[in-house]
Design a protein around this ligand. Sequence first.
Ligand SMILES: C[S@@+](CC[C@H](N)C(=O)[O-])C[C@H]1O[C@@H](n2cnc3c(N)ncnc32)[C@H](O)[C@@H]1O
Length: 257
Amino acid sequence: MNKAIARADIDEFYSENSIADWRAVLGPRMHYHFGLFRPGASAVSDADMDVALDRAIQVLYPHIPKGSSVLDIGCGWGGPCGLLREERGCTVKGVTISHAQAEYCRSLGMDVIHGNAEQDSTMFPQQVDVALMMESLGHMKDKEKLLRRLRACASKLVIRTHCSLVPQDAAFAGTAYIVTPETMRECLQRAGWNIEVWFDRRVESMPSIDAWQARVERLSDDALTGHLKLFRRWCAHILANPRAWAHSHPHLEIVAT
Ligand SMILES: C[S@@+](CC[C@H](N)C(=O)[O-])C[C@H]1O[C@@H](n2cnc3c(N)ncnc32)[C@H](O)[C@@H]1O
């Protein structure tokens, strides 16, 4: 039975493996989210995956105006922040619970807060054009509370997140809380958001698992500890029956104002 783990442990969960090992799995920009592939894509190469990872952010550009201010909650190693700065001229502030991610992002010149986005003591800017949550909302236990806080400081919300037809508390080694699409919709509405886009990306995103598995299998056994070890098991679990997993895990893109 999975158990919730302390927030400090989530920092460690995202900080323990080396940057080099994460780069071998996530690619040069260190995007930790699913890529989006053209329909019918299979047998993906590393290069295809890197294009698909960028594309997963680029398809959001119609919702993120050029030059806008963006608060990226759960910014990872800065993959999405980097593209938004370079290709959209956005001013981006990231938030991550991981000290290693914050340090890495700062080394690239990014403006990042190291803190737990679920705690009020982690201060957000007073007003931004867009709050972005790229595959990070699943980690938040009290989604409605965070979404309500973001309502007070952001004009628009752009999210990509997995849901599950069967809710999963404390999934992924106790770090994730995966709700049904219905619960997700209710959380957003109760938090005061008006949903404008609700789109399921699961068909386009599934080839990512093959690409990740190929990359993670190339790592040495020494590297396969902690989060990366779990990640390898998770890829293998999904690939045992990808259709069934995809069927039960909608991958939602949500834009709300
Ligand atoms: C799957 S990664 C996504 C990273 C990034 N958005 C990307 O697309 O590359 C999830 C991110 O959420 C962050 N995170 C998880 N729980 C958090 C919390 N309570 N507060 C702030 N960040 C959190 C993790 O540190 C990690 O950066």
